[in-house]
Design a protein around this ligand. Structure first.
Ligand code: PRP
Ligand code: ZN
Length: 294
């Protein structure tokens, strides 16, 4: 029985850890994890969680220690590029959170103005395989210096001319007087799986989890909109509702007025509300959706 539980590798700390856990919680899993605990058994589904360093996640999934993993595309792509042969993990779903990019950055007002100026220079990075792949593709010969952390200080220490590192808000670059030169890889959180065949029981659990995840991710941005409008404005209103093609229209006890109910699968901004008002909508309600299925 126990062998039929699936095991998911998660980042134990860091910017993705929290979002990954909240996604699993939105899938109805209760996760009781005291600090420093590396393992957690979930009661609601036959799932165990293993909390490890993000760099280790693709390998743990590839070698079968874990069946699934949630990891940044940056880490997944680097491991994939490093272990092209025998790498046995693939992307099951793109999760759309923890957006960031792997970029080459150079000192502000320095000698490097464009990509071509990188020729013969040294770039510090924790992503040597992705960087080398990019340089090769651009036909640039440059040196890479492997650093596992604090890459952004390398130019100031004069041990590298440029860096290739993760940029999210850009704060780290600005704080270190660096300027983004070019993007090497756009990244988001990924759900990955081992490519081997699992038992039917495990496949069934994975299938259930995946459909809950899709529902949870869809519900996150989705809103339920309720408004009143003149019947003549319904066509125009439908056009304005983000990610909604067929609202429910109900008669109101008032001549030529209707109530429009719709699920919008994209964010609803104040701007949208103002446009709705300008075509005649009133009493607009925007309600969050907790769960939904496709
Ligand atoms: C990444 C990256 C930068 C920072 C960029 O590090 O190495 O230091 O995030 O983010 P920003 O653009 O929002 O400033 P991370 O926090 O993932 O940790 P690590 O470098 O220790 O792996
Ligand atoms: Zn960093």
């Amino acid at each position: 029985m126990t062998s039929e539980r699936i095991r998911i590798a998660l980042q134990k700390s860091g910017r993705m850890a929290e979002d990954s856990l909240s996604l699993l919680k939105n899938c109805g899993l209760h996760i009781d994890r005291s600090k420093d605990q590396l393992f957690c058994r979930v009661k609601e589904l036959p799932i165990d969680l293993l909390f490890i360093r993000d760099d280790d996640i693709p390998g743990f999934v590839s070698n079968g220690i874990c069946d699934l993993g949630i990891v940044g595309e940056n880490v997944f792509a680097e491991t994939h590029a490093a272990e092209s042969e025998g790498f046995a993990a693939s992307v099951l779903e793109r999760l759309g959170f923890s957006l960031c990019r792997l970029s080459i950055a150079v000192p502000e007002n320095g000698a490097i103005k464009g990509i071509a100026d990188l020729a013969g220079k040294t770039l510090a990075t924790s992503y040597p395989h992705l960087l080398r792949g990019f340089l090769k593709q651009q036909n640039i010969e440059a040196n890479t210096l492997l650093m596992t952390g604090s890459v952004e200080v390398a130019p100031r220490l004069k041990i590298a001319d440029a860096i290739c590192d993760i940029v999210a808000s850009g704060t780290t670059l600005t704080a270190n007087n660096l300027r983004e030169l070019t993007v090497v890889l756009k990244s988001e959180a990924l759900l990955i799986r081992g490519t081997q065949q699992f038992s039917p029981e495990k496949e069934a659990t994975i299938h259930r989890l995946l459909s809950r995840m899709r529902g949870a991710l869809m519900a996150q941005d989705s809103k339920y909109i309720i408004l009143n409008a003149p019947r003549s404005a319904v066509a125009e209103i439908t056009q304005l509702l983000p990610g909604c093609d067929s609202p429910t229209v109900m008669d109101l006890n008032k001549e030529d007025m209707v109530a429009v109910h719709a699920v919008c699968k994209e964010a609803v901004f104040w701007e949208t509300m103002e446009k709705l008002q300008s075509v005649g909508a009133s009493a607009i309600l925007v309600v969050p959706i907790e769960k939904m299925t496709a």
